[in-house]
Design a protein around this ligand. Structure first.
Ligand SMILES: C[S@@+](CC[C@H](N)C(=O)[O-])C[C@H]1O[C@@H](n2cnc3c(N)ncnc32)[C@H](O)[C@@H]1O
Length: 492
């Protein structure tokens, strides 16, 4: 028997438990808030369980949705996560410090009492019913839906009522900062976009009411309410397309129409739904409540934004908003066991531009200059050369902070070879050893997650080791072999 056979047996046991991996899809907490390029939590968990032990440090310098942080702390690993996108850090804080189900339930009951009557008043029709949806064609409301019990009622509006509803159009938001966008045809945005380009005045007024009321809460309940609001913004916007039996319609026909959803970018279809803002909020609140009920009571996680404090007191998690190129410099050399990360894949998703609607409503400022991305927005000067330079610098820092026998696992996907530059050079530049790779079936089966443009059919997971011993190497290779072709991801 070889010296590493016992380790292999242990790995085989793990592999037997989990292969073939069939992630359950983005359910529970993973399905609560949209984030582009979300990776399946099963893919994180698989590597965290096999490549680290209790109490060891896992780092993700590109946190994104933040779901990896919860996987780590649930498995008793200590976690460091950075992201330049403020909403990413807020989401992660929510997952690590969920309000108790009862606390959120009670807060939502009070919240409903405080804001729902005023919001419903804005959707009240002449017949006293509350509109659930207005169907707009260009600048005109053409039809309205209400409900009787569970049944949808579709109404034509009288000219007077249509005018009245459209006339609620003088409202200027008082609680939301201006949008900061760029001319970027890839995501249908314009530098001069105002909030009123994305929301009707009625929706803006509702958003202000939500925000005003949320400010009365504190702690993890306040954060949960804020993120329920950001999670519902897409459906509150003018970007909810109308679906007909023939698909997305630009025609005039108004029968057999269903409500689509906000998908990606800032495309405002000529024919679109305006959905009752309270109902949007309530749907997301229920999703979060259900997810918390499924998750069950959590033990408290000690979190800080200060890496020195994290290290000194042996805290559970360190989360910080900012540029990983800078933040990684604060980490001690050889202080991390596993780096598990999914950097922006070149020009596929301009995260900060896409998140601007959320960040502006929640009052966060994102540092566009620090983002690692290739953007079609000319004004941003985010070209391939700066992307490759920055990603290489970040990988250099990753290699420095890894312990010996530590692993860097990178999820990546780009169609153009130019975007793989820093990965091609990674071994020569950092001294890490490429131990193998395996496919991760495309995590974005539907456009709801991502845009396929610029991507290959599958993501790849590339595994690098730092000064790995022969036994560690064999263990890692065994894990990689057990994965080959096994991961499959259900569509959202
Ligand atoms: C591919 S996404 C990560 C998605 C994540 N793996 C998930 O499952 O949700 C890449 C992330 O990198 C972040 N990012 C971009 N530039 C960054 C930088 N300079 N420093 C830190 N994070 C950055 C983006 O905001 C985005 O959230």
């Amino acid at each position: 028997m070889s010296s590493h056979s016992s380790a292999n047996q242990a790995s085989s046991k793990h592999a037997a438990e989990i292969n073939p991996i069939r992630p359950a899809g983005y359910k529970g907490l993973a399905g609560f808030h949209k984030y582009w390029g979300k990776k399946p939590t099963e893919a994180w968990r698989f590597l965290i369980e096999r490549l680290t032990e209790d109490g060891q440090v896992v780092l993700d310098p590109f946190l994104g949705s933040g779901l990896i942080a919860k996987e780590c702390t649930d498995l008793n690993r200590r976690f460091i996560g950075f992201d330049v996108n403020p909403i990413s850090i807020e989401l992660t804080k929510l997952y690590l410090d969920l309000p108790a189900h009862q606390d959120l339930l009670m807060a939502l009951a009070m919240f409903e009492e405080a804001v729902k009557p005023a919001i419903y008043q804005m959707y009240r029709l002449a017949n006293k019913q509350i509109a659930t949806h207005f169907l707009w064609e260009n600048e005109e409301i053409t039809r309205v839906w209400t409900k009787a019990g569970r049944q949808r009622i579709e109404l034509d509006l009288s000219a007077t009522e249509r005018q009245k509803l459209q006339a609620q159009s003088v409202y200027q938001s008082t609680g939301v900062r201006k949008l900061r966008l760029f001319d970027n045809s890839r995501i249908n945005s314009k530098a001069d976009f105002a909030l009123s380009d994305l929301f009707t005045p009625r929706a803006l007024q509702a958003i202000d009411l939500f925000k005003h009321e949320i400010d009365k809460y504190e702690g993890n309940v306040k954060r949960a309410l804020q993120l329920i609001l950001s999670a519902s913004l897409g459906q509150m916007s003018k970007m909810v397309f109308a679906v007909t039996r023939r698909g997305k319609s630009t025609g005039k026909q108004a029968t057999g129409i269903e409500v689509g959803s906000w998908v990606i970018g800032y495309w405002r279809p000529e024919q679109h739904f305006e959905v009752n803002a309270w109902n949007c909020f309530e749907n997301k609140a229920k999703k979060l409540l259900n997810a918390i009920a499924q998750t069950g009571p959590q033990s408290p996680i000690l979190t800080t934004a200060d890496i020195a404090e994290f290290t000194h007191y042996g805290l559970d998690a360190c989360l910080d908003v900012g540029d990983s190129e800078l933040l990684l410099q604060q980490l001690k050399t050889e202080s991390v066991r596993l780096i598990l990360t999914d950097p922006p894949h070149g020009d596929r998703i301009p995260y900060l531009e896409l998140s601007e609607m959320w960040n502006s409503v929640l009052g966060f400022e994102a540092s566009y200059a620090e983002e690692l991305v290739v953007s079609d927005a000319k004004g941003r000067h985010k070209d391939l050369a700066q992307y490759n330079r920055k990603l290489a610098a970040i990988f250099g820092e990753c290699a420095r902070v890894l312990e010996n026998n530590g692993v860097l696992a990178v999820m990546f996907n780009a169609r153009s070879a130019d975007h793989w530059h820093s990965l091609h050079n990674l071994e020569a530049a950092t001294g890490l050893t490429h131990l193998g790779s395996y496919p991760l079936a495309y995590s974005a089966g539907s456009v709801a997650q991502d845009t396929r443009k610029g991507g290959l059919r599958t993501d790849s997971v590339l595994i690098y080791g730092k000064n790995v011993s022969p036994q560690r190497r064999d263990d890692i290779l065994h894990i990689i072999r057990s994965m080959r072709g096994k991961i499959d991801v259900q569509q959202m």
